[in-house]
Design a protein around this ligand. Structure first.
Ligand SMILES: [Zn+2]
Length: 269
């Protein structure tokens, strides 16, 4: 197997201790999202393991999916204890939380982040335009996670946002467009956690021949079946595809995304 430089994961939900330990063992710096107070407590526990230092970085924010179950105030002890705020945003594709409530929760956290000068990770499903209008009011460093729509990308690019590209870059044309267009200093890699990797893989199976060919090459490179794919395999596969789309090499893309990961964090000091 090729010897890649250190690979980073700019967005993950880590559901098991085994996965946290895998990331530590493999030395994959990861931004681990805590999405509500209960999840944040779990993430805090993982990130406070002594061996997690310098590898697992907590990112806390009240996620739009849970905006009707909790208040921003409930998240405050966690917001105060992280360098990056997120993932926050709005979503009318994967949840039914009233948009008015989602917007209130988002705006409150955008205000806090801008006031505290902490970078923000955004979740934008089918609410891209609304969120763009909102973040224009709160100048800050933004990372748009898994952008997968073919409109309004230019607006986010104009605001100099970071973008993390995930495992469906193998087959999703909108994500491929992001991978092609984001400037060198703004591209990042993500898994969104291993549940999302599994989802992307299964969706890929239903997709074009091209995706299947790519997946076969992942299988050849890793000698693994889909259910055996681990964090590093997914990040490397994403990097290989993103590199191909950018006429670059996976090694260059990986070191670039690792530099960008550190720069994004650097903005939080
Ligand atoms: Zn997420």
């Amino acid at each position: 197997m090729r010897n890649y430089p250190v690979v980073t994961d700019a967005h993950a939900h880590v559901k098991t201790k085994a996965e946290a330990l895998e990331r530590i063992r493999e030395g994959i710096p990861t931004m681990v999202c805590g999405t509500d107070p209960e999840d944040a407590r779990w993430v805090m526990e993982l990130c406070h393991m002594p061996e997690a230092e310098g590898i697992l970085f907590p990112v806390f924010g009240l996620h739009p999916w849970y905006a009707d179950q909790w208040k921003v105030e409930d998240m405050m002890p966690y917001l105060e204890n992280c360098q990056v705020i997120g993932e926050i945003g709005m979503d009318s594709l994967w949840c039914n939380v009233p948009l008015k409530r989602q917007k209130e929760v988002l705006e409150k956290q955008l205000q806090i982040a801008a006031e505290w000068k902490r970078p923000v990770v955004l979740h934008t499903k089918d609410q891209e335009r609304e969120i763009l209008e909102l973040i224009r009011k709160y100048p800050n460093t933004y990372l748009v996670h898994w952008y997968s729509t073919d409109h309004d990308l230019d607006g986010y690019l104009d605001l100099d946002c970071y973008f993390s590209v995930g495992p469906d870059v193998i087959w999703n044309p909108a994500v491929q467009r992001v991978a092609r267009q984001v400037p060198e200093k703004r591209i990042l890699l993500e898994t969104d956690g291993m549940d999302a990797v599994k989802w992307a893989w299964e969706e890929g199976q239903k997709n074009q021949n091209y995706a299947i060919k790519e997946q076969e090459s992942i299988r050849e490179t890793t000698q693994k079946q889909p259910e055996e794919i681990v964090v590093k395999d997914s990040l490397h596969a994403t990097a290989r595809m993103a590199a191909k789309l950018r006429n670059s090499s996976p090694e260059i893309l990986i070191s670039l995304t690792t530099d960008n990961f550190l720069t994004f964090f650097g903005n939080s000091y």
